[in-house]
Design a protein around this ligand. Structure first.
Ligand code: DAH
Length: 452
């Protein structure tokens, strides 16, 4: 499952294997950026900024991450998100060493699965909206159409992500250029919404992370961010200080949300770390015989409030991954299915029906191919996965390290097993052999590893 951005000050060289926290959607009074085009939040200046932002980043893209672009996606040349036109050449810049966005990723921008009312992600988003509408009388402003291209400042600096945090690396994040990324979390919008005077808001959107490949990881997934500000009047009569008050309110609100989604389940709070909250917690529920992490949350760091016009206030925030919860609630076994246009998938879900169990259509056989090579210092698993995904697209189900050893000369060998399987049809031997051949060639030439 996908990690929340929580590791304390880990340095860039420490490659943290994603823990399996999967990612995680209009209601009556929905205010989305598209419905308020004059809002300062509107990203209408974005293409301009993108074109101007040409400075090199502090850390240039490692050699292995350049040019990892392949042909799986025949991308459209432009898409529109929240009133912003995004052209392919604004996002995919093959000759720019500070850019690591492949066409496969560009092809996902603007699809906005969370805005489809008959899609599991849209159904889940709307169910969460219902909870907040019922319990907070429509006080929460809702945004589900904010542009996923954000500045490094928005994505990291504004939420106090340390300079050496692993999530800033080119190995983990899609950089458009030195100053612009595809947001890796919806927390990227906290500061701008606060500055815009918002005190209660929910932000849902597609987020992007370079990552490994298996049934719960996909480089694009969906999150919802919640945020609520309190003023001194709110806690003055409570006998608590602001932080304790916000933490108590947070826990009450999120326990209610978990019951709204999962019914009467057992829950527990786990202390954790996030750069943007203190204290920070994770909420877990006991579901289907196991503890399941539902979300990360906490009391917002004072510094964030102070910088954005809310000195003397306190706030709580949470972030949840929609896919992660939807996979459990709808029994969806593979994260790739969310992207499927196959009628046998899409016809099973309808608006307002949370938790209808997905009935798998016949499972087609997988085909496994192994590949061994001597790695070099620049090798990362994310770069390998990016190549495989670029060639095989959604036909790749898993890329797994099955053997790893270092010889007497100090050379390290990795053997990866690639599982190819379509969710829609049987693959022919010929097609798989072709894919594997192309993967081998690309791995050799782009990662500069020595195949064995
Ligand atoms: N941004 C975190 C992530 O991507 C999730 C999160 C955790 C959001 C705690 C929050 C929070 O607002 O308080 O993994």
């Amino acid at each position: 499952m996908r990690p929340l951005i929580r590791t304390a000050r880990c340095c860039l060289s420490a490659r943290v294997r994603a823990m399996a926290t999967l990612p995680m959607a209009p209601a009556a009074t929905a205010i989305s950026s598209s419905s308020s085009p004059t809002s300062p939040l509107s990203t209408s200046s974005l293409p301009h900024r993108l074109l101007l932002a040409r400075f090199l980043p502090a850390t240039p893209a490692p050699a292995g991450t350049r040019g990892l672009r392949t042909s799986a996606a025949a991308a459209a040349s432009a898409v529109e998100v929240g009133g912003v036109n995004i052209a392919r050449e604004d996002v995919v810049k093959e000759d720019d060493p500070t850019n690591n966005v492949p066409d496969t990723i560009f092809s996902k921008i603007g699809l906005q699965l969370h805005r489809r009312d008959n899609h599991p992600l849209g159904i889940l988003k709307n169910t969460i909206y219902d909870y907040f509408d019922k319990n907070f009388a429509g006080e929460f402003d809702k945004f589900d159409d904010l542009c996923p291209l954000v500045s490094v400042k928005q994505n990291f600096d504004d939420v106090l992500v340390p300079d050496d945090h692993v999530s800033r690396s080119y190995n983990d994040t899609y950089y458009v250029d030195g100053q612009t990324v595809l947001r890796c979390h919806t927390s990227a919008h906290q500061a701008e919404l606060l500055r815009d005077g918002r005190t209660h808001f929910l932000v849902t959107g597609d987020v992007y992370r370079r990552d490994s490949i298996d049934s719960t990881h996909y480089p694009v997934f969906h999150q919802m961010e919640g945020f609520r500000v309190f003023s001194p009047d709110d806690w003055s009569g409570s006998g608590m200080d602001g932080t304790a008050y916000a933490a108590a309110e947070l826990k009450k609100t999120l326990e209610g949300l978990a019951r709204h989604l999962f019914g009467a389940v057992e829950m527990r709070w786990v202390d954790t770390y996030f750069p943007f909250t203190n204290p920070s917690f994770e909420l877990e529920i006991y579901f289907q015989d196991d503890w399941l992490e539902v979300l990360g949350c906490g009391v917002t760091e004072q510094e964030i409030l102070k910088r954005n016009g809310r000195t003397d206030h306190v706030a709580w925030a949470f972030g949840l991954g929609l896919e992660r919860l939807a996979m459990v609630l709808f029994d969806i076994p593979d994260i790739r299915l969310f992207w499927s246009n196959d009628q046998r998938f899409t016809s099973q879900f309808s608006e307002g029906k949370l938790g209808v169990k997905f009935k798998p259509f016949s499972k087609f056989p997988p085909c496994y191919k192994d590949m061994s090579f001597w790695i070099n210092d620049a090798f990362t698993e994310n770069n390998l996965c990016e190549i495989v995904r670029g060639i095989a697209g959604d036909l790749v189900e898993e890329v797994k390290l099955i053997d790893n050893f270092t010889n007497k000369k100090g050379m390290t060998s990795h053997c990866y097993r690639i599982a190819y399987r379509s969710m829609e049809r049987s693959l022919t031997d010929e097609e798989i052999n072709d894919l594997q051949w192309n993967v081998r060639e690309a791995v050799k030439s782009k990662l500069k590893v020595e195949l064995r």
